[in-house]
Design a binder for this molecule. Structure first.
Ligand code: UT7
Length: 312
């Protein structure tokens, strides 16, 4: 038996705030449409900040709040689908910025909006036989650089930012998690490096339907595996893709809406960064207390998903 234990969290977003009103000067849309269809009012777009800068900011906060030293970190994983460079990885570049030991296991992983949870799962496994006890797991995106600002279907929902957590293995604790993917290449996709600008393409409706279905089923399966009810879970933190996805899931599960955290209003959809940003915000506000039962679900391009039910 063993589970990841969260020791410290952090978040970092670019300075520039972009409101719905600003976007409605670029594409035919309105604050009313965006807010009522997505729950997003504003988001941050990077100007002078790189993804590496945002990841570093979030990581430094998480390390400080965990009260550990960078020398005690054995694993550094970065979930991202919008890295500054194809190579070297953001995690590798963070090794130098943060002063992590040279033998730290550093790499990026791409599981789209589920990237942070894939990172936690992988880091937990890797920590089983490392000589130092801690892992740094980060979700970071600079999606604004991949947005077609003429496409109102995508440019209105996404935002930039980073969230981070320091974890260790708790050999006394247990958790439940699940991971899945469907090999879908058409619902959300990005071409990647090449001569043309590489934009995010999204067929919103099927993704919306997939999300509601998979989040509800994933939550039901995790609860069944744990042998508890949703009432016995203190907080549910879903990927902050669209407030209406969460509202539909709440209705399907007959849950209490206040159990399901939402902060997309001021961040937009930050893909791999959304869950760690949410956890860091909750942690900083004192809403997360040791021993609380927390359930996280991420979903996105792939169509990939991940769920985790664990104790804070
Ligand atoms: O993080 C990865 C996972 N991603 C997601 O989970 C995203 C899931 N999908 C969504 O969140 C939603 O599908 C969107 C927010 C992207 C779109 O919302 P929707 O309610 O599915 O809108 P729609 O595409 O069905 O469009 C409805 C109408 C259309 O007009 P007609 O054809 O009914 O006249 C669109 O042209 O709204 C129009 N529309 C807009 N109007 C104003 C679409 N985008 C906009 C816009 N402003 N930005």
């Amino acid at each position: 038996m063993s589970a990841p234990r969260f020791l410290g969290t952090g978040r970092c977003v670019p300075d520039r705030v972009v409101t719905n009103d600003e976007l409605s000067e670029i594409v035919e849309t309105s604050d009313e449409w965006i807010y009522s269809r997505t729950g997003v009012h504003s988001r941050h777009f990077a100007t002078h900040e790189s993804g590496l800068d945002l990841a570093e900011g979030a990581a430094r906060q998480a390390i400080e709040r965990a009260g550990i030293s960078p020398e005690d970190i054995a694993v550094c994983l970065v979930g991202t689908c919008s890295p500054d460079r194809a190579s070297p990885s953001t995690a590798c570049r963070l090794q130098l910025r943060l002063g992590l030991p040279e033998d730290t296991i550093c790499y990026d992983l791409n599981a789209a909006c589920a990237g942070f949870l894939y990172g936690v799962r992988t880091a937990h496994a890797l920590l089983a036989d490392t000589s130092r006890p801690y892992a740094l797991v980060i979700g970071v995106e600079v999606l604004s650089r991949m947005l077609d600002m003429q496409d109102r279907n995508t440019c209105i929902i996404f935002g930039d930012g980073a969230g981070a957590a320091v974890i260790r293995r708790d050999e006394e604790a247990s958790w439940k998690c699940e991971f899945g993917t469907r090999g879908n290449e058409t619902a959300i996709w990005v071409q990647g490096p090449g001569p043309e600008p590489s934009f995010i393409h999204m067929d919103g409706k099927p993704v919306f339907r997939f999300a509601i279905d998979v989040v509800e089923k994933c939550i039901r399966r995790l609860l069944a595996a744990e042998g508890c009810t949703l009432d016995e879970v203190d907080l549910v933190v879903c990927h902050q893709a669209n407030a209406r996805i969460i509202d539909h899931v709440v209705k399907k599960l007959r849950a209490r809406p206040e159990q399901f955290f939402k902060n997309m209003e001021t961040y937009g959809n930050t893909s791999a960064a959304s869950i760690p940003i949410a956890l860091a915000e909750l942690d900083a506000s004192g809403a997360l207390k040791p021993g609380m039962r927390v359930l996280c679900v991420g979903f996105g391009s792939g169509l990939t998903w991940a769920g985790m039910l664990f104790r804070w």
